[in-house]
Every structure is written in structure tokens, then in C-alpha cells.
Write a protein that binds this ligand. Sequence first.
Ligand code: SF4
Length: 341
Amino acid sequence: MSEAERTAERFRTYATVDATLAADLRAARPKRVALQVPAGLVRDAHLLAAQLGRDAGTDVVVVARPCFGACDFPTPDEVPGAEALVVLGHAPIPNVPLTLPTYFVEMRHPGGSAKALAQQVDAAGLPARLGLVASVQHLDLVAPLAEALGATGRTVRYGLGDRRLAYAAQALGCNYTGAEAIAGDVDAFLFVGTGRFHPLGLAFAVDRPVYALDPLQGTLDPPLDRGALIRKRQLLVASVREARRWGILVSTFPGQHRAGMARSMRERAAAHGREAEIILSGRIDPRDLEGRDLEAYVSTACPRIALDDAALYPRPVLTPPEFLMALGELPLEPYRFDTYH
Ligand code: SF4
């Protein structure tokens, strides 16, 4: 059996915390279940754990570390004695091997009225050929919204990404291959979801305007200035071209662990007469980087670190393609997004 088949056998998905999840856990009979939730749900985690424990007839413990994606579920060392994981708010990443049977509760949200949202998009005058991209919570809105936008005279497409994405139209902050697959056929993208991280990543990944529709708030944001975003990154790259001592950040989380890439970055640094040390951590914490005699970092972990959280770090943090630009191995144009495959 291949690793992918073994992984597929190890997970199940659920739209919400429901009776099916409890029934499946009851049938699987794990002695202990570890529950991990995103930061936005920690307030209710203990109630969920208590309810799940009652309904499934098992011991449920809450993992203190919240999840940012399906890439950072706890390892068995972090949850001693747990025989299953319940991970809230994320879809499985199909090519990330799972160490324990894992129940992904995707927390699907029906979103608003597709017709009303399509009218809002129409009134804002979005282009005629639109690509749809959504976070997993809002994937159920994609098909009805595509149909409703079609009724406004638009051609709507959404694409199937690579092995890191479980669903068509889905985006991860580290992977927009579904959007990239259709970018040549659309004039703009409409991201359906909340927060700014996905539209930001999508704007880096595709050379098309990215509108952001928040179906919960009913807001439609205009495209970010892609050119300005990229110029800012290019200026950052230029500012560290002469840096001699680099730190290469590697996350030990199962779906962010790019040790091979880190070693390759270290080799490229050495080939250009730079010193580079690999720094390992689970969640990369800016406080752990203070006081080091390093001039800049390259992060092989979640791209959020370099692209969204940069201000929290004591030194500039580049993505791997940006690091190669700094070394002069890649040109500054076209800008290359750091996609995980
Ligand atoms: S690496 Fe970052 S963007 Fe990718 S799935 Fe994990 S948390 Fe999300």
C-alpha cells in the first residue's frame, strides 16, 4: 500500500461537529482522543471536548497549541496516549502522511444567499470572466455562487489544484495551484472567505486582480495592489543582498517540514560564500530568534511567516524563491510565489 493510500485510510471528514462524528468515534473506540482547534475556536474548545467525550464515550483532551492549517496537527509525542485526533476547521492535506487516525471537521458554513452575493458582485462591476477560489469553510457556496454569477452574464471557472489540495476551488495560504490552473482563462479572481491572508497569497500567486468577498460580513473588497506588494518584497530582497550570515527556518510540523529544501538553501548559500545555519522549531516564534548573530532569515515553513508576519521578526525573513533572488540565482521578475506541493 502506498503512503497516499495509507494516509487516505487514516482520515475522515465532517462538515461540522455532529452525531456522525460521535458515532464514528464510538465505533472506532479510541481510549483517548486529542482535540485541536483553530485560535478562533479556543473559547469553546472545552465545551466541545466535554460534549464529544459524552457523545462518543471516550476521554477527550484539548491540545493547547491551536492549528493554523491541517499541516500542524499534533505529533504522537505531543499527545501521549491519544489514539485518534479530531482537528477542527481544516480539510485534510492529501499528501501529508498522518500519524494517527484523524477526524477533520471542516466547519463548513453555508455563507449568505448566493443570489444576493452575485448581485453585489454584479453591482461592483467585476469583470466578465471570473475565477472562484474559497477557503474550506466556504466551499459549499462555490457551486451556487458560480451559477448565480452565471445568471449575471459572467463566465465563472474554478480549478482543481495539486496533491496538496483536497477540493476543487480550494485554496491554502501555501498553495493556489487550483487558481493557477485557470488563471489564463479569467480576467480576475473572486476569493470567497474571511481574513486577508488568502487574498494576499493569491495576489502574489496569480497575475490577476483578486477581489475578496466575505460572505459572513457581506463585504466585497477591491483588489490589493499586486505591483506594490511585489515591489515591497523586491526592496526587501535588495536590502539583504549583501547579508553574509543567514538562518534557515525549518518547522517540524508534519505538513510544513521542508528539510530537503532547507539543506538545498544552505548549499546555495555556501556556493555564494554565505554562512547559513538551519534552525528547527515546531511553531516558529520570533522571540526564539532574538539575540542571534544572523543578518537575515529564509523561512521554509508556512509562507505566512515571511509574507504576513514579517513585522514581528527581528530581522528580514525571505521565502525560498526570494532567497534565490537575493543570491542572484533567480531574477526579481517575474516574482515567484513560494508554493508548497
Ligand atoms: S503551511 Fe501555512 S498556509 Fe499552508 S496549510 Fe499550513 S498554515 Fe496553511
